[in-house]
Design a binder for this molecule. Sequence first.
Ligand SMILES: *Cc1c(COP(=O)(O)O)cnc(C)c1O
Length: 369
Amino acid sequence: MKGWGVHLSKRAYNFNAGPAALPLPVLERAQSEFVDFRNSGMSIMEMSHRGAIYESVHNEAQERLLGLLGNPAGYKVLFLQGGATTQFAMVPMNFLKEGQVGSYVMTGSWADKAYKEAKLLGGAHVAASSEEQKFRAIPDLNAIVPAENAAYLHITSNETIEGTQYFKFPDSGKLPLIADMSSDILSHDLDINQFGLIYAGAQKNLGPSGVTVVIAKEELLAESPSHIPTIMRYSTHYKNNSLYNTPPSFSVYMVNEVLKWVEEQGGLAGVEAKNREKAGLLYQTIDGSGGFYRGVAEEASRSIMNVTFRMESEELEKKFIKGAEAEGFVGLKGHRSVGGLRASIYNAVPYESCKALADYMTHFQKTQA
Ligand SMILES: *Cc1c(COP(=O)(O)O)cnc(C)c1O
């Protein structure tokens, strides 16, 4: 393939939506430790999750995650499986009591999936929706009104498919605020104290697929209903330090390495500055194209993780993608449900990839003049 920069040799310009790019130093480190982890004569994948070596990695990853969030008091990290999709079900299963509903802010495809699971498992209520704006914006925070019998307020902090993101969060009062942060966890500074529970599949900003991270107030994790399956209770995982059954050990190890890398970037503030620079460059290219490229999301709600845009016709979009693929760009096709184009620029996507994309966009526009 052509077009790969020297320092990115054999590395694609990877804009995949998930699983997505991982930091090169993390991959290299994992490679160097792959066969013989910490002089054990084994890969981390080959050893017991009850042993001291794995347990130290497991605990280290939890501590690092809380450290990056400023060591909030009273919070616990869980490493679960089943993806964010399983959390769509676990949240209502664990928190809805008889006669209660979950209140959901409808911002797009992922919020809708979460809402539907709550509907199956007790009851769901729409606290606000931007459907009338075709999900191009996050609703006005003041318009978010939970139901009187709500057990929690649920938001999707970044809509991966539509390309919208919250930068401020609703005040849920006494209700726990629960967020699906799958596609923007650790992408910007965050006061976790606003949240009762957040969850994220790891494969966008935290590591490989296979592990789902939950960070929650301990009071929400300590007691779960006894009528739901043992494995679906937060309390099971809380009481057993996420070692009730075999954890996805290699994925947890990778998360720990990615967290080290985030620390090296200057923590959340450092990562946020880089993400804003990357997203700024792409949105500038879109806005400066005189309408050749059109951003999907409204400006105030534009995601710094998933940059969605369209062109005049699907034909032209196809041509754009074909040309991009020939230049070594990967993953620019929009989600099959909405079409268009999408550049997912999670933490690990380097500025250089965004610069190359911006240059390609400008070049492509000129060839169509
Ligand atoms: C990717 C994604 C999911 C689905 O995650 P799985 O780990 O595949 O279940 C859920 N919510 C959001 C916001 C996502 O981006």
